[in-house]
Design a protein around this ligand. Structure first.
Ligand code: NI
Length: 201
């Protein structure tokens, strides 16, 4: 199965609202899902991918938060089609990254607990309840379906966005435009941080 190219900010497709999947005319849905998983697993540590990130403007998300051993994952590998948040509670601020913003991470506030309705690949209605890291992964990927990136969620672009040090520190590379990552090296890695954070200055 092919590894698809992940499109990066500021590609305008990342800002578009994706279309609902209508199962009647989705002959290639299975293949799209497989390609999304293959592309996600090809990126070390990556725990979620949304179809619009590979230029497919459909409301499909794949996640596998069990790839990050630092956090609890209740559900592992999941496909969410046409997902919608039914209930959310609490607030947690934590660090996020994104394959489509490979040079940046940011502190983003998300719900701590969520209940999400979605359809599985067979078109059957399902519900998933998730918390903490797994909830964050789902909400981050769902945002992509509405053209929202984590940069749109940060409280302050000045104090809540960080350059990925490990890319900038690659030997022989200079920080700035030259510090772009090699394809496939990125990951959706997050760190729990204090809700009442003291900003990095
Ligand atoms: Ni993302």
């Amino acid at each position: 199965m092919p590894i698809l190219q992940v499109i990066e900010y500021p590609d305008p497709r990342l800002k578009q609202v994706s279309n609902p999947v209508s199962f009647a005319d989705e002959a290639n849905l299975e293949a799209v899902i497989q390609d999304l998983f293959d592309t996600m697993y090809d990126a070390p540590g990556c725990v979620g991918l949304a179809a619009p990130q590979v230029g497919i403007l459909q409301r499909i998300v794949v996640i596998d938060s069990s790839r990050n051993p630092k956090f609890e994952s209740r559900h592992g590998r999941v496909v969410l089609i046409n997902p919608s948040v039914e209930r959310q509670e609490g607030e947690v601020i934590a660090r996020e990254g994104c394959l489509s913003l490979p040079d940046l991470t940011a502190n983003v506030k998300r719900a701590q607990f969520i209940s999400v309705r979605f359809q599985n690949p067979e078109g059957i209605e399902k519900k998933i309840e998730a918390s903490d890291f797994e909830a964050r992964v789902i909400l981050h990927e769902m945002d992509h379906l509405d053209g929202i990136l984590f940069l749109d969620r940060v409280a302050s672009l000045k104090t809540d966005v960080f350059r990925r040090k490990r890319y900038a520190q690659n030997e022989g590379k200079k920080e700035g435009d030259g510090a772009r990552k090699p394809v496939g090296e990125d990951s959706l890695k997050m760190q729990e941080i204090e809700s009442e954070r003291s900003s990095n200055r």
